[in-house]
Design a binder for this molecule. Structure first.
Ligand code: PMT
Length: 413
């Protein structure tokens, strides 16, 4: 998600650098817009280096060091359309007044009028300015229009006075940003181990058996878990995808490698999601040299690979395990059989013959089958949305599991 951070001219402007870092740690792509006043306190270069984006400093989209041009003159519209949230921190009394009045005399205030994205403002100023009736009215007007205001904290202020006016903590600002974007952190404290992608089973040094998995489903699961606050270990087969930021990556090529990697990291995991398309069979032997063309036919002998899900079952402890079932026929029947035969709490049944579902596409059509008998058929949606539904169901299973455990204990007492 993309956030425009408006930095205005107060002493607290230096704190915006830490704010940028923390937003990035939560996977937000941040671009910074500075007012003239802000430039008196912090150099645009600081934010350009932190964000990797040019910092907009002028009314007509001028960036630090570069004058306006035809494209930059309407940059406020482009920025307004591409952002998911506008955050103004620190917000001075002056900028609050301009936003409240709808004055658009610089890039930031123009952006405020041009964007339909949610707005969060974190004021910081002298205590008397904060308590002044004019500021109170401006804040109330912004709130009435839907802006989220992160109230300043009480404390010693840069002006030497003590009282309310100090920029709210980065944690409070982040919390409000998450709320405004409806980003949940309900997996905080969990460690999610996700498998993704295909495996490759070598025939000889140049050929291998594999499948059509692109890794998109598993990577979406890893990304969603990270954004909801979990620590994430992604065990991935060979894919062309970038590892989501903040996610620990363990690479595996074959089913054997993947089994080893999962085994090594399992103890840390509280939730396991097996989205990888692991080969069920591999050549019984790998030819040391390239197999030469010659014989009119060639038989390839295969043997079973390790069943990673069953291996996890032997060490399940209290963790929630999610398996996938990629099927081309009798989806419900096969998925239900996997649910009872495998040590899983939830099966994501995936009819890979459906349009825009299964392998190598951005969307999927799945049914979630839980161990407690609940079945939920989901319409076609992005793999990221499927991932969110999986975690909603995992959390429901965790809560109902805890309640049942509590009841059993009470019964024993
Ligand atoms: O990667 P994408 O292009 O986004 O495609 C997504 C997907 C189709 C790969 C994904 O949605 C999916 O269905 N993944 C599971 C594929 C699969 O191998 O299904 P299965 O029914 O063969 O296996 C059942 C479960 O056992 C799976 O959780 C699998 O990870 C696991 N398994 C399979 C074989 C094996 N040797 N060990 C296992 O643990």
């Amino acid at each position: 998600m993309r956030i425009a951070l408006g930095v205005t001219g107060g002493v607290a402007a230096y704190k915006a650098a830490e704010l940028v870092r923390r937003l990035q740690q939560e996977n937000f792509d941040v671009e910074v817009v500075m007012t003239r006043g802000a430039e008196q306190f912090v150099r645009p270069l600081t934010f350009a280096a932190l964000t990797g984006h040019k910092v907009i400093t002028g009314m007509f989209g001028e960036t630090s060091g570069e004058p306006a041009n035809v494209e930059s003159a309407i940059e406020h519209i482009a920025v307004a359309q591409r952002i998911d949230l506008l955050l103004v921190a620190p917000a001075t009394a002056d900028v609050l007044a301009k936003l409240a009045a709808g004055i658009a005399d610089d890039f930031l205030t123009t952006l405020y009028l041009a964007t339909k994205a949610p707005v969060v403002v974190a004021p910081a100023m002298n205590v008397n300015m904060w308590e002044h009736a004019a500021t109170r009215e401006n804040v109330a007007r912004l709130q009435a229009r839907g802006a989220h205001v992160v109230e300043p904290e009480e404390g010693y202020l840069a002006c030497g006075m003590t009282g309310a006016g100090r920029l709210a903590s980065v944690d409070s600002i982040l919390q409000t940003v998450r709320e405004a974007l409806k980003v949940r952190r309900d997996l905080a404290g969990e460690t999610v181990l996700v498998t993704a992608g295909p495996t490759c089973e070598d025939i000889d040094p140049v050929r291998y058996l594999t499948n059509r998995s692109s890794g998109r489903m598993g990577y979406a699961v890893a990304e969603a878990a990270h954004e909801r606050g979990a620590s994430v270990i992604l065990v991935t087969g060979p894919t062309a995808l970038e590892i989501p930021p903040g996610v620990e990556c363990v690479r595996a090529r074959s089913a054997e490698d993947m089994s080893r990697a999962v085994g090594q990291h399992l103890d840390r995991a509280t939730i396991v999601v097996m989205a990888a398309a692991v080969a069920d069979y591999r050549p019984t032997q790998k030819h040391p040299q390239k197999v030469k063309r010659g014989a009119p036919s060639l038989a390839l002998e295969l043997e079973m690979t390790p069943d990673i899900l069953s291996e996890i079952g032997a060490r399940k402890d209290g963790r929630i395990v999610v398996g996938f079932a990629a099927e081309t026929e009798r989806l419900a029947e096969h998925a239900r059989r996997k649910l009872s035969a495998k040590p899983v709490d939830l099966i994501v049944a995936n009819d890979v013959t459906q349009r825009d579902a299964g392998f190598d596409v951005d969307t999927n059509v799945v049914t979630l089958l839980s161990r407690d008998g609940r079945e939920k058929a989901l319409p076609r949606m992005t793999k990221r949305e499927v991932a969110e539904h999986i975690f909603d169901e995992v959390l429901r299973l965790k809560t109902t599991g805890k309640k049942a455990h509590g009841r059993a204990k009470a019964g024993q007492a």
